[in-house]
Design a protein. Structure first.
Length: 345
């Protein structure tokens, strides 16, 4: 199955301070791993810069101008974690442009699957400010581009170890975008409680499943089987966007989960099978992941599944023991209890 690999070299030029976990080597590691698969199904596309009007549909014009100003002035900080360098505004515009290009291509039928390999990441970026290493919200740009292309229903599944607070905020009142975040509880940025379900016309279209530390492949698969997939079949999205962060991998320094590269391949398989049944394209956008080897292996495993090659390329790893079902299932039951006020699952 054809997979668009949408990226841009400016992502390497988004400089962060020495020792910062969100570094240019992340993108190089993903490029090498994905291209190293040698997939005939893979078509690499260089991303344009995002359209101004589309970016302004996601972020406030004053915030976009602030990012541009910081870059033009030689750099600065949006918060204690999130730096802007001389080339960062351009990199962020091309990262968002990659998401736009992939979404528009999938909606036009150019390909059924896409993987967007970019930095900076995006899912913490709020309408009016960046945070958590994120400048512009790439997944939100993809969903907004799809809506403009005529897709009535978009689903975003965020499996990054950190809650996608920016994406949630952008679509909090929007009933055309179903946002589902599966993340580590009591972790950065402190949002994503199961009771956060959206507001006004968007009530019920925000779904949060916080999980305890040490959740691994089995726990994530249970959540997808019991919650994510039933939601997909109930909502029947016309585009499925994955905020594909790999910091839930057991080797990652910024998370406390124990997922493996094969676990990410399995999650991709579950979503891919659901999308096939629903005749929906799938767009995966790179988010977090800060151990280079784990990031590379997990991203490559995702792309291999999207291309129809299965999980065979993922390494066999030896993670620590994962949390027992007795620690995970109360969270699953509570999430389903909240969901049943809004959905028939």
């Amino acid at each position: 199955m054809k997979v668009l690999h949408v990226t841009h070299p400016s992502g390497e030029r988004h400089d962060t301070p020495p020792g910062h976990p969100e570094r240019p080597a992340r993108l190089r590691a993903v490029w090498q791993a994905v291209e190293g698969l040698g997939l005939a199904e893979l078509s690499t596309v260089e991303a344009p810069a995002v359209a101004d009007d589309l970016l302004e549909a996601v972020h406030r014009r004053s915030y976009i101008a602030h990012v541009d100003m910081l870059a033009a002035a030689g750099g600065g900080w949006l918060d204690a974690d999130t730096s802007v360098g001389v080339h960062s505004a351009r990199a962020a515009r091309h990262a968002a442009g990659a998401a736009q290009r992939a979404a528009e291509a999938l909606c036009a039928g150019e390909a059924p699957r896409a993987f967007v390999a970019v930095r900076p990441p995006g899912h913490h970026a709020l309408p009016d400010r960046g945070m958590g290493f994120c400048l512009f919200n790439n997944a939100a740009v993809a969903a907004t581009a799809a809506r403009r292309a005529g897709k009535a229903r978009v689903m975003i599944v965020d499996w990054d170890v950190h809650h996608g607070n920016g994406t949630q905020a952008i679509f909090l009142r929007d009933p055309s975008v179903l946002f589902v975040s599966v993340h580590q509880e009591y972790w950065y940025p402190g949002t994503g409680a199961v009771e956060e379900v959206g507001e006004g016309p968007g009530e019920g279209f925000t779904v949060n499943v916080p999980l305890p530390a040490q959740t691994g492949d089995g726990g994530y698969q249970d959540v997808f089987t019991e919650i994510v997939l039933p939601l997909a079949h109930a909502w029947r999205p016309e585009l499925l966007v994955v905020s594909a962060g790999y910091d839930a991998h057991f080797a990652d320094p910024l998370g406390g989960m124990v997922v493996t590269a094969r676990g990410f391949a399995r999650l991709t398989t579950l979503l891919d099978e659901a999308a096939r049944a629903l005749d929906a394209p799938v767009l995966a956008v790179l988010e977090g992941g800060y151990d280079l080897e784990a990031l590379a292996a997990s991203a490559a495993a995702t792309v291999a599944v999207l291309a129809g090659r299965g999980a065979g390329s993922a390494p066999i790893e030896n993670p620590p023991p994962e949390a027992p079902p007795a620690a995970i299932w109360p969270r699953v039951r509570e999430a389903r209890r909240v969901l049943l006020h809004h959905w028939r699952l």
